[in-house]
Ligand binder design. Structure first.
Ligand SMILES: N[C@@H](CCC(=O)N[C@@H](CS)C(=O)NCC(=O)O)C(=O)O
Length: 227
Protein backbone atom coordinates (compact mmCIF):
# COMPACT_ATOMS: atom_id res chain seq x y z
CA UNK A 1 0.00 0.00 0.00
CA UNK A 2 1.41 3.40 -0.90
CA UNK A 3 1.84 5.71 2.00
CA UNK A 4 0.86 9.37 1.45
CA UNK A 5 3.70 11.68 2.37
CA UNK A 6 2.75 14.46 4.70
CA UNK A 7 3.44 18.00 3.43
CA UNK A 8 6.72 19.62 4.41
CA UNK A 9 6.94 23.33 5.22
CA UNK A 10 10.41 24.84 4.79
CA UNK A 11 10.60 27.90 7.00
CA UNK A 12 13.13 30.21 8.68
CA UNK A 13 15.06 28.78 11.59
CA UNK A 14 15.42 31.25 14.45
CA UNK A 15 17.22 31.35 17.78
CA UNK A 16 16.05 28.67 20.22
CA UNK A 17 13.94 26.96 17.57
CA UNK A 18 11.44 29.84 17.36
CA UNK A 19 10.58 30.98 13.83
CA UNK A 20 10.98 34.80 13.62
CA UNK A 21 9.70 35.28 10.05
CA UNK A 22 6.49 37.19 9.31
CA UNK A 23 6.08 35.46 5.91
CA UNK A 24 6.62 31.99 7.36
CA UNK A 25 4.04 32.70 10.05
CA UNK A 26 1.55 33.36 7.24
CA UNK A 27 2.12 29.85 5.89
CA UNK A 28 1.84 28.29 9.35
CA UNK A 29 -1.49 30.04 9.99
CA UNK A 30 -2.88 29.06 6.58
CA UNK A 31 -1.96 25.41 7.22
CA UNK A 32 -3.54 25.60 10.70
CA UNK A 33 -6.75 27.19 9.36
CA UNK A 34 -7.08 24.27 6.96
CA UNK A 35 -6.11 21.75 9.64
CA UNK A 36 -3.30 20.33 7.50
CA UNK A 37 -0.91 18.05 9.32
CA UNK A 38 2.65 18.77 8.15
CA UNK A 39 6.32 18.59 9.01
CA UNK A 40 8.47 21.66 9.43
CA UNK A 41 12.00 22.00 8.07
CA UNK A 42 13.62 25.08 9.58
CA UNK A 43 16.39 26.56 7.42
CA UNK A 44 19.02 29.12 8.31
CA UNK A 45 20.03 31.83 5.83
CA UNK A 46 23.47 30.18 5.74
CA UNK A 47 21.79 26.96 4.50
CA UNK A 48 20.57 28.77 1.36
CA UNK A 49 22.96 27.00 -1.06
CA UNK A 50 21.98 23.51 0.13
CA UNK A 51 18.35 24.54 0.30
CA UNK A 52 18.44 25.94 -3.26
CA UNK A 53 20.00 22.70 -4.51
CA UNK A 54 17.23 20.66 -2.85
CA UNK A 55 14.19 22.86 -3.45
CA UNK A 56 15.16 25.32 -6.21
CA UNK A 57 14.82 28.61 -4.33
CA UNK A 58 16.68 30.51 -1.63
CA UNK A 59 13.54 31.94 -0.05
CA UNK A 60 11.17 30.50 2.51
CA UNK A 61 8.36 29.66 3.04
CA UNK A 62 8.13 26.70 0.65
CA UNK A 63 5.59 23.90 0.88
CA UNK A 64 6.31 20.52 -0.66
CA UNK A 65 2.99 18.76 -1.01
CA UNK A 66 1.83 15.87 -3.15
CA UNK A 67 4.85 16.06 -5.47
CA UNK A 68 4.49 19.84 -5.92
CA UNK A 69 6.86 22.51 -4.66
CA UNK A 70 5.01 25.72 -3.84
CA UNK A 71 7.15 28.81 -3.24
CA UNK A 72 5.83 31.86 -1.40
CA UNK A 73 3.19 32.44 1.24
CA UNK A 74 0.42 33.65 -1.14
CA UNK A 75 0.93 30.68 -3.44
CA UNK A 76 0.93 28.26 -0.52
CA UNK A 77 -2.39 29.68 0.70
CA UNK A 78 -3.89 29.46 -2.83
CA UNK A 79 -2.63 25.89 -3.18
CA UNK A 80 -4.31 24.97 0.10
CA UNK A 81 -7.61 26.45 -1.14
CA UNK A 82 -7.31 24.41 -4.35
CA UNK A 83 -6.45 21.13 -2.64
CA UNK A 84 -8.12 21.19 0.78
CA UNK A 85 -11.62 21.70 2.13
CA UNK A 86 -12.26 24.11 4.96
CA UNK A 87 -12.39 27.90 5.23
CA UNK A 88 -10.90 29.97 2.39
CA UNK A 89 -7.40 31.03 3.42
CA UNK A 90 -5.93 32.46 0.21
CA UNK A 91 -6.05 35.85 -1.50
CA UNK A 92 -8.56 34.95 -4.24
CA UNK A 93 -11.93 35.59 -2.53
CA UNK A 94 -10.59 38.00 0.03
CA UNK A 95 -12.18 41.45 -0.05
CA UNK A 96 -9.59 42.99 2.29
CA UNK A 97 -6.64 45.20 1.37
CA UNK A 98 -4.54 42.26 0.10
CA UNK A 99 -0.86 41.45 0.23
CA UNK A 100 0.55 44.25 -1.96
CA UNK A 101 -1.22 47.05 -0.10
CA UNK A 102 -0.35 45.59 3.30
CA UNK A 103 3.26 45.09 2.27
CA UNK A 104 3.59 48.69 1.19
CA UNK A 105 1.51 50.21 4.03
CA UNK A 106 2.73 48.05 6.92
CA UNK A 107 5.67 45.90 5.83
CA UNK A 108 7.77 48.72 4.40
CA UNK A 109 7.31 50.71 7.63
CA UNK A 110 7.78 47.82 10.04
CA UNK A 111 10.98 46.37 8.52
CA UNK A 112 13.14 49.42 9.42
CA UNK A 113 11.76 49.33 12.98
CA UNK A 114 12.39 45.62 13.58
CA UNK A 115 15.53 45.04 11.47
CA UNK A 116 18.14 45.58 14.14
CA UNK A 117 16.08 43.90 16.88
CA UNK A 118 15.78 40.81 14.66
CA UNK A 119 19.43 39.90 15.24
CA UNK A 120 18.98 38.08 18.58
CA UNK A 121 15.94 36.27 17.15
CA UNK A 122 18.06 34.68 14.41
CA UNK A 123 20.42 31.72 14.50
CA UNK A 124 23.81 33.19 15.51
CA UNK A 125 25.40 32.08 12.19
CA UNK A 126 22.78 34.12 10.27
CA UNK A 127 23.26 37.46 11.96
CA UNK A 128 26.05 38.86 9.76
CA UNK A 129 24.20 37.93 6.57
CA UNK A 130 20.94 39.39 7.84
CA UNK A 131 22.53 42.68 8.84
CA UNK A 132 24.43 43.05 5.54
CA UNK A 133 21.45 42.08 3.35
CA UNK A 134 18.91 44.24 5.18
CA UNK A 135 21.25 47.23 5.39
CA UNK A 136 21.73 46.91 1.65
CA UNK A 137 17.98 46.55 1.03
CA UNK A 138 17.16 49.56 3.23
CA UNK A 139 20.16 51.57 2.04
CA UNK A 140 21.14 52.53 5.60
CA UNK A 141 23.13 51.05 8.48
CA UNK A 142 21.31 49.63 11.51
CA UNK A 143 23.01 52.26 13.67
CA UNK A 144 21.75 55.09 11.45
CA UNK A 145 18.26 53.54 11.47
CA UNK A 146 18.06 54.12 15.23
CA UNK A 147 18.17 57.87 14.62
CA UNK A 148 15.04 57.55 12.48
CA UNK A 149 13.07 55.37 14.91
CA UNK A 150 10.78 58.06 16.34
CA UNK A 151 9.82 59.36 12.90
CA UNK A 152 9.30 55.76 11.71
CA UNK A 153 7.01 54.99 14.66
CA UNK A 154 4.91 58.05 13.91
CA UNK A 155 4.65 57.17 10.24
CA UNK A 156 3.57 53.63 11.18
CA UNK A 157 0.95 54.99 13.58
CA UNK A 158 -0.62 57.01 10.72
CA UNK A 159 -0.55 53.99 8.39
CA UNK A 160 -2.25 51.91 11.07
CA UNK A 161 -4.88 54.61 11.55
CA UNK A 162 -5.66 54.44 7.81
CA UNK A 163 -5.75 50.64 7.94
CA UNK A 164 -8.46 50.70 10.57
CA UNK A 165 -10.77 52.20 7.94
CA UNK A 166 -10.48 48.98 5.90
CA UNK A 167 -12.12 47.01 8.68
CA UNK A 168 -15.34 48.98 8.10
CA UNK A 169 -18.37 47.43 9.72
CA UNK A 170 -17.12 43.89 9.31
CA UNK A 171 -15.26 41.94 12.00
CA UNK A 172 -12.37 40.94 9.72
CA UNK A 173 -10.44 42.49 6.84
CA UNK A 174 -11.55 39.59 4.64
CA UNK A 175 -15.23 39.98 5.64
CA UNK A 176 -17.34 37.90 8.03
CA UNK A 177 -14.54 35.40 8.67
CA UNK A 178 -10.77 35.78 8.88
CA UNK A 179 -8.99 35.40 5.55
CA UNK A 180 -5.70 36.16 3.84
CA UNK A 181 -5.72 39.93 4.50
CA UNK A 182 -6.19 39.17 8.19
CA UNK A 183 -3.30 36.70 8.11
CA UNK A 184 -0.94 39.16 6.38
CA UNK A 185 -1.93 42.17 8.52
CA UNK A 186 -1.72 40.14 11.71
CA UNK A 187 1.68 38.69 10.86
CA UNK A 188 3.13 42.17 10.27
CA UNK A 189 1.72 43.59 13.52
CA UNK A 190 2.73 40.50 15.46
CA UNK A 191 6.25 40.80 14.01
CA UNK A 192 6.79 44.24 15.53
CA UNK A 193 4.96 43.23 18.73
CA UNK A 194 7.21 40.17 19.15
CA UNK A 195 10.53 41.64 17.98
CA UNK A 196 10.34 45.39 18.82
CA UNK A 197 7.51 45.80 21.35
CA UNK A 198 8.79 49.28 22.29
CA UNK A 199 7.87 50.49 18.80
CA UNK A 200 4.29 49.20 18.61
CA UNK A 201 2.03 52.24 18.21
CA UNK A 202 -1.16 52.60 20.21
CA UNK A 203 -3.75 50.75 18.14
CA UNK A 204 -7.08 52.47 17.52
CA UNK A 205 -9.99 50.80 19.31
CA UNK A 206 -11.52 48.66 16.55
CA UNK A 207 -8.15 47.55 15.24
CA UNK A 208 -6.99 46.74 18.75
CA UNK A 209 -10.00 44.48 19.35
CA UNK A 210 -9.33 42.74 16.00
CA UNK A 211 -5.60 42.38 16.77
CA UNK A 212 -6.15 40.98 20.25
CA UNK A 213 -8.64 38.45 18.92
CA UNK A 214 -6.25 37.30 16.19
CA UNK A 215 -3.36 37.17 18.65
CA UNK A 216 -5.35 34.90 20.98
CA UNK A 217 -6.11 32.65 18.01
CA UNK A 218 -2.75 32.71 16.18
CA UNK A 219 0.10 33.63 18.54
CA UNK A 220 0.89 30.08 19.61
CA UNK A 221 0.83 28.88 15.97
CA UNK A 222 3.53 31.43 15.10
CA UNK A 223 5.73 30.77 18.11
CA UNK A 224 5.43 27.01 18.39
CA UNK A 225 8.98 25.60 18.25
CA UNK A 226 9.70 24.04 14.88
CA UNK A 227 11.13 20.77 16.20
N1 LIG B 1 6.75 37.13 -1.15
C1 LIG B 1 7.39 36.06 -0.45
C2 LIG B 1 8.53 36.62 0.38
C3 LIG B 1 9.44 35.55 0.89
C4 LIG B 1 10.57 36.11 1.74
O1 LIG B 1 10.84 37.33 1.74
N2 LIG B 1 11.23 35.22 2.47
C5 LIG B 1 12.33 35.60 3.34
C6 LIG B 1 12.02 35.03 4.72
S1 LIG B 1 13.23 35.39 5.91
C7 LIG B 1 13.60 34.94 2.79
O2 LIG B 1 13.66 33.73 2.71
N3 LIG B 1 14.59 35.73 2.42
C8 LIG B 1 15.83 35.19 1.89
C9 LIG B 1 16.95 36.21 1.96
O3 LIG B 1 16.73 37.32 2.43
O4 LIG B 1 18.05 35.82 1.58
C10 LIG B 1 6.35 35.34 0.45
O5 LIG B 1 5.32 35.94 0.76
O6 LIG B 1 6.57 34.17 0.78
Amino acid sequence: MSKTKIPVLFERRGANGICPSTVCWRARIALAMKGVEHQRRPMRFVDADDFAAEVGTRQVPVLVDGGKTIVGSDRIAMHLDQTRVGPAVGPVDDSGPGTKVLESDLGSRILPLVARDMLPHLAPEDRDYYRASREERLGISFEALEGKRTAGELDLAFAIGRLEGSLGELPFFAGEAPGWSDVVAFCFLFWIDHVSPRSVPELPYTLRAWYEGRRDAWRSICLEPAE
